[in-house]
Design a binder for this molecule. Structure first.
Ligand SMILES: [Zn+2]
Length: 427
């Protein structure tokens, strides 16, 4: 097979490398368009606008959206129970749809007649997928939209889809081998299972299998697992982030360092309490507005916590990046006015191999929040002032709030305790 350049280029150069000012104007236009459309066609969105006393004419761009409440998954479930099937969020009558998907909940999702969303396809291209790739989709094709979206998007890139779905590892390996599959789509853990199975079947992962690129999602991808799999198969593995409701929101490029915002949707990172955008580098909830007229979700709260950066990327894409998914919004605690999340605490602890177990305890002294990282050490009695000072500096640097460190005897912390224990009482 001819050699493909999988390390550069774009699916939609104009959109992906747009000058940031031009993109801001483009997004303003798209937001006005979808707000106007949804107000007319999606009764649930009209109700949101009416609740805050807003008319479509009041939304002149992205900045004005901050005044609108965030719709969470739980709201969708409730609305659908009141008004089946879509709770008033569909922008088209059922008769014009191609599919109706069912996500856990159950939540019904309208599937448009013509799939024109390019965001997963952008992600594939950034992951190195090219025309002619034979792509094995091991995500679930049963009820939920994700694998169908991927199938449609593979077609946009010119790849051939092998819709194997989940499970049956041995058969999956056989198919991969016999068809000369070059692209994998699935979870990282299933790819690891495929590696084990293929070797067990006496296959050489590099010679007998032809995998060159992998697109993984739906699970955390530890860097150690990525490099192990890339090495064993001799392939590139890139991940992306999105949800069944709003589709692809961000994806990695060849150069890594976070996940580029998908072009052609609006991704915001907001303070979960006020709904206002947070500054670059600050943790906040990922909130998405999509321009899909069949399902025009506006300010949909993913419940996932991340942060963004606008640092330029060597790939040439000009979209900001989500740095990484830090956890769920409902695990976040506000301390001294700053959001502290389990992922940040883990990041602090991981810098100190001496630490065996830890818990961040938040208490209140008078009107002041006090944050204490309680640690058990691998070596009893090894916790000196020097270690304490270095850990407190790391807390300040990573969590951006000062806190103290306390060393306790092994066995003090309950096994499997939660990362943050908020003991403040507010009555
Ligand atoms: Zn990039």
């Amino acid at each position: 097979m001819e050699q493909k350049d999988r390390t550069q280029g774009y699916l939609l150069p104009e959109l992906e490398t747009m000058d940031p000012q031009a993109r801001a104007e483009y997004l303003d236009r798209k937001v006005v368009e979808i707000v106007t459309y949804a107000y007319e066609h999606a009764p649930a969105f009209r109700a949101v606008m009416e609740r805050v006393g807003c008319q479509p004419g009041d939304i002149k761009g992205v900045a004005d959206l901050a005044g609108l409440p965030i719709t969470e998954k739980a709201d969708l479930v409730n609305l659908q129970r009141q008004s089946l099937p879509f709770g008033g969020w569909a922008g088209e009558p059922v008769s014009s749809l191609r599919r109706i998907y069912v996500s856990p909940g159950p939540i019904y999702e309208p599937g448009e007649a013509e799939y024109e969303d390019t965001r997963w396809a952008q992600a594939f291209y950034a992951a190195g997928f090219r025309k002619g790739d034979i792509a094995q989709v091991t995500f679930n094709f049963n009820m939920v939209p994700f694998a169908f979206m991927l199938d449609e998007s593979l077609r946009q890139v010119g790849c051939i889809c092998v819709p194997t779905g989940v499970g049956q590892t041995e058969l999956q390996v056989q198919i991969m081998h016999e068809l000369g599959v070059t692209a994998y789509l699935g979870t990282p853990s299933f790819l690891a299972a495929i590696a084990e199975k293929a070797e067990g079947m006496g296959l050489d992962l590099k010679k007998d299998l032809k995998l060159e690129v992998g697109f993984v999602a739906a699970e955390m991808l530890p860097e150690s697992l990525r490099s192990e799999l890339e090495e064993r198969f001799g392939m590139l593995i890139r991940q992306s982030y999105g949800t069944a409701d709003v589709g692809c929101l961000s994806y990695e490029c060849y150069h890594l360092g976070g996940m580029h915002f998908a072009a052609d949707c609006l991704v915001e990172v907001v303070d979960p309490e006020t709904g206002r955008p947070v500054e670059e580098g600050q943790p906040g909830e990922v909130v998405a507005t999509v321009f899909n007229k069949s399902y025009p979700l506006i300010r949909f709260g993913t419940g996932d916590l991340s942060a963004f950066t606008t640092e330029p990327c060597a790939c040439g894409r000009t979209t900001p990046k989500l740095t990484r998914i830090l956890g769920r919004v409902d695990q976040v605690t506000k301390v001294k006015g700053m959001f502290v999340h389990p992922g940040g605490v883990q990041q602090v602890a991981s810098k100190f191999p001496e630490v065996m177990a830890y818990q961040l305890v938040v208490t209140r002294e008078g009107h002041r929040d006090v944050m204490t990282l309680v640690c058990e050490l691998a070596e009893e009695g090894a916790g000196g002032e020097d270690l304490k000072a270095r850990m407190e500096a790391a807390i300040k640097e990573i969590l951006r709030v000062s806190g103290q460190v306390e060393f306790v005897e092994r066995g003090t912390l309950p096994e499997g305790c939660k990362v943050i224990d908020d003991r403040r009482s507010w009555d």
